[in-house]
Ligand binder design. Sequence first.
Ligand code: ATP
Ligand code: MG
Length: 559
Amino acid sequence: MNNKNKLNFIQEIIENDLKLGFKKKKLKFRFPPEPNGYLHIGHAKSIFLNFNLGKYYNVPVNLRFDDTDPNKNYKKFIKPIKEDIKWLGFNWKKECYSSDYFEKLYDFAIYLIKIGKAYVDDQSQKIINEQRKTPFIKGIKSIYRNRKIEENLFLFNEMKKGTFKEGYCVLRAKIDMNSPNMHLRDPIMYRIIKKSHFKTKNKWNIYPTYDWSHGQCDYIEKISHSICSNEFENHKPLYNWYIKEINNINKKKIIPKQYEFSRLNLTNTILSKRILNFLIEKKIIKGWDDPRILTIIGMRRRGYPSESIIDFCKLIGLNKRNNIIPFYLLENIVRKYLNKISIKVMVVINPLKLVIINYNYDKTELLYIKKNKNRIIPFCKYIYIEKKDFSLKKNFFRLKIGKKVRLKNAYIIKAISYKKNKKGNFTKVYCKYYPDTLSDNSFSNLNIVKKKLNKKNKVKSTIHWVSTKEYLPIKIRIFKKLFNKNILDINNKEEILKNINKNSLKIYSAYAEPFLKKAKFMYRFQFKRIGYFCLDKDSKIKEKKFIFNKIVSLKEKQK
Ligand code: ATP
Ligand code: MG
């Protein structure tokens, strides 16, 4: 798909189906999120796969909200999910909800009862689970398994009407209590839940299980290839059993087929919506859009361009085996995009004052940057440089006494002397500047000294700086991995909490060149020699409160 000559394994299956006579125009796909949280990069993988299949074959892709559980708060996640899919650049043909089909699912269930393949079981969930046993031990059949069809029909209707309390009974498919596949040991189709559903309100007292609803929704929507992640592989025999049975009602030609691919995992992070919600509740992250997590909205806030997420999905491709993708692969792609689109500016995080001894105290010179005429940098006697750019060490390559360096976009300077405080830290560095060495990249409103084309003006290093007279105070947020290691068992909350990286967020004050006042949300900047940043939504521009998120470092790190 990314490359027309290289098909992924799902496409190979589809191509084969087409060869065997399946009509191309009958192809249809769906993306079926449960709206119990925000989408994450794992969903992006599934979105990319399904919507690209739609594009490639020019056939519809439905967005189906899997909203079968009235206990969950689905309503608030519908809109953001749609926004995230659009932000990734995709559009669905039809917006559907599993609840749209509750009536049909009910009718299908009645049919299964009528043909003797479903029954009402009055046993408790606990007993039912115990009777299922384990794959190598035969299950125990429920004493209600052979209830008469009329009785089942009557009881199921009573369940629907709300006659019974929650947990009083369930509707089960009658399949095989000895099957080595546990999903086939008389799975539950309906349970009584006396909750209002955000779409169907109080109409139902019974709600379908995932297994009973998912495949049937695919069938109703005429989805040809139903693609899901690996954990559903064991559910496939049940998926096929249900569809085969209900297809006998009114033989349809499109029998959906389920195919699985590996779930996306990345190093030192967790993707599950359920666990992300837990981290929010525990106040470990600040919300679904916390830039440290890989929700679509979090990545967007952090400043990842949507194209880079799509490129990442292309790069990782599709396979069957679950693995953990190194985080730096994603960062490398993000960096590649940022390099193209970001505006370069100078910001100093740990300032050291530099005094230019041969520059007038009251003079301010404006340096115009040739490549970006809007960017004007004030130059004056006192400037800030980064602390780490000055040292007395012998082998130091940047500023040291008697050595010349270039101030980025400005002049060459030479360090003459320095001052230290009682603690032994540098407080000031005194330098001389060379007026005839203005950078080729800029021109000055004052300096008319002709440049000498002198080889001596070549220096080994260039450092960034900010004027002390005119600068913008900003805050920057630096993010590190959320976990100290890969969490292999996401159900182990203790393990999760134990491995939280307490330093995953650090906030610094910094001095920025005045141009950064023009920053708008989602503008991306390269803070020279520091990294890529974007303005965070917590900023209050009118109040001159600027907060920038670090998107990614400048250079690749392979760790
Ligand atoms: P979560 O545990 O994060 O809630 P889920 O699988 O329960 O994930 P759904 O909303 O049910 O989330 O998933 C919608 C679709 O996205 C499904 O087809 C699912 O297989 C797929 N999906 C979810 N997470 C991933 C992932 N990490 N990698 C690939 N596909 C995923
Ligand atoms: Mg789920």
